[in-house]
Design a protein around this ligand. Structure first.
Ligand code: NAD
Ligand code: UGA
Length: 469
């Protein structure tokens, strides 16, 4: 029986390994993590992450050929293939602060693999890492390993949160990069055989290591760039009377452009787009390519602009002040169908409104109160001024309450902001909401989930991203 061990039981490690275990009953999969609460949760009825379909997969395989454990060293030592899926956040201090990837977790995992291994292993980079990381990992492994053969592969993950299980069942492609040596090619084949249990062969792309590592950063940069492009268009739409949904539809019909990922929004969030682009920017700078670095930096600058543009629109529309006004916030997660709030635009929008002294009532179907409070009070890292980490004024929670549903959030409110596109927001009884709000009643739709004309008929003053006012 082939044994797989995955280091890191997070949003990637957990679902990815659960699907491998489901699709490959002949493989034993153990997911390990240094966090005891995370592993305890994976072994309980309350999984540590919310992801549609995940619970069924875990229930079917857990205890059969899928295991979650804190005994990191034992399971790494036993494995033939070790996936490393630890977090790789942006560095907040020291050289490259604000841009470079922090590989502390990765390096400590690699050193541990070198220490505990007694047999040959394939080590798979699942985390998103800077191009050439495999070279550094190789050095750590081979210099500490008493002659044990390690083959490093890059196998970046392309799943999106909220659709992780669907994406893993039916990926657009699986990418495997390896050394172009006989041993490297053999390792690539071994990993390919794992995926071949359910992924058609023509969808498994094999490349050299550096192409695989860079393709992951490039894919996220291209995806984020589309959103910033359409968001930049949304500002022009508002200024000219064009409708961004109509523009997206019209350009998306061109098969060279394509229709996906053209939804204008209050800004993209999530743990990876900003982090991976900053990482790309840093690599460009280190390679003497400042023009290329500046090109990609613009994608994040437009995203920051879009979030502050939204806050400014709210304040300006409500007669230039929101001080003491109640604002209902619908949605806090960075997208629908996840409870994840990492880099969610809701943090910046809420903080912007709080600085202007608004009183917020926040509702999200999946994000717990404690998480929202933590996000709003944490020190916000400013990627453009990493030295001035503390420059964003702290907010106080006196102005914030977390409520149980959208109706409670909007009761007696002067305005409502929709910040996540949860399906339930599309079918709310907006007449009831209107009746219970202060007048004039404002709606600011940061996700284009409501029909502005219908709401205007009810009596609302409506602002929707990129739509005529
Ligand atoms: P995460 O923070 O949810 O999970 C990482 C886990 O690794 C944590 O539970 C942490 O405790 C554990 N860990 C850290 N160091 C460890 C060590 N030395 N030994 C054992 N466990 C350790 O992160 P994530 O969202 O799963 O992302 C992981 C990587 O995958 C990142 O590089 C990210 O860029 C990439 N990625 C994420 C997504 C996504 O949708 N979240 C998608 C594709 C790629
Ligand atoms: C993204 C990529 O889609 C995945 O392929 C990748 O594996 C992952 O990052 C990663 O490396 O972490 P994810 O961040 O989970 O996945 O979710 P997306 O669906 O890409 O959405 C990201 C953000 O963009 C969300 O805030 C979403 O609301 C926003 N978005 C997305 C838009 O504003 N408009 C769109 O048209 C699409």
């Amino acid at each position: 029986m082939v044994k797989i061990c995955c280091i890191g039981a997070g949003y990637v490690g957990g679902p990815t390994m659960a699907v491998i275990a489901l699709k490959c009953p002949s493989i034993e999969v153990v997911v390990v993590d240094i966090s005891t609460p995370r592993i305890t949760a994976w072994n309980s009825d309350h999984l540590p992450i919310y992801e549609p379909g995940l619970e069924d997969v875990v229930k079917e395989c857990r205890g059969r050929n899928l295991f979650f454990s804190n005994d990191v060293e034992k399971h790494v030592a036993d494995a033939d293939i070790v996936f490393v899926s630890v977090n790789t956040p942006t560095k907040t201090q020291g050289l490259g602060a604000g841009k470079a990837a922090d590989l502390t977790y990765w390096e400590s995992a690699a050193r541990m693999i070198a220490d505990v291994s007694k047999s040959a292993k394939i080590v798979v980079e699942k985390s998103t890492v800077p191009v050439k990381t495999a070279e550094a990992i190789e050095k750590i492994l081979t210099h500490n390993s008493k002659g044990i053969d390690f083959q490093i592969l890059s196998n970046p993950e392309f799943l999106a949160e909220g659709t992780a299980i669907k994406d893993l069942y039916n990926p657009d492609r699986v990418l495997i990069g390896g050394r172009e040596t006989p041993e490297g090619l053999k390792a690539v084949q071994a990993l390919k055989q794992v995926y071949a249990h359910w992924v058609p062969e023509e969808k498994i792309i094999c490349t050299n290591l550096w192409s695989a590592e860079l393709s992951k950063l490039a894919a996220n940069a291209f995806l984020a760039q589309r959103i910033s492009s359409v968001n930049a268009m949304s500002a022009l739409c508002e200024a000219t009377g064009a409708d961004v949904s109509q523009v997206s539809h019209a350009i998306g019909k061109d098969t060279r452009i394509g229709s996906k990922f053209l939804n204008a929004s209050v800004g993209f969030g999530g743990s990876c787009f900003q982090k991976d682009i900053l990482n790309l920017v840093y690599i460009c700078e280190c390679n003497g390519l400042p023009e290329v670095a500046n090109y990609w930096k613009q994608v994040i600058q437009i995203n920051d602009y879009q979030k502050s543009r939204f806050v400014n629109r709210v304040v300006a529309s409500m007669f230039n002040t929101v001080a003491g006004k109640k604002i209902g916030i619908l949605g806090f997660a960075f997208k629908k169908d996840t409870g994840d709030t990492r880099e969610t635009p809701a943090i910046d929008v809420c903080r912007g409104l709080l600085v202007d002294k608004a009183e917020l009532r926040i509702y999200d179907p999946q994000v717990p109160q404690a998480q929202i409070e933590k996000d709003l009070t944490m020190v916000k890292f400013d990627w453009e001024n990493p030295v001035l980490v503390n420059h964003v004024s702290p907010v106080t929670l006196n102005q914030v309450s977390i409520v149980e549903n959208a109706y409670e959030a909007s009761k007696d409110a002067h305005g409502v902001c929709i910040l996540t596109e949860w399906d339930e927001f599309k079918t709310l009884d907006f007449q009831k909401i209107y009746d219970n709000m202060q007048k004039p009643a404002f709606i600011f739709d940061g996700r284009n989930v409501v029909d502005p004309n219908k709401l205007r008929d009810i009596g609302f003053i409506v602002y929707s991203i990129g739509k005529p006012l």
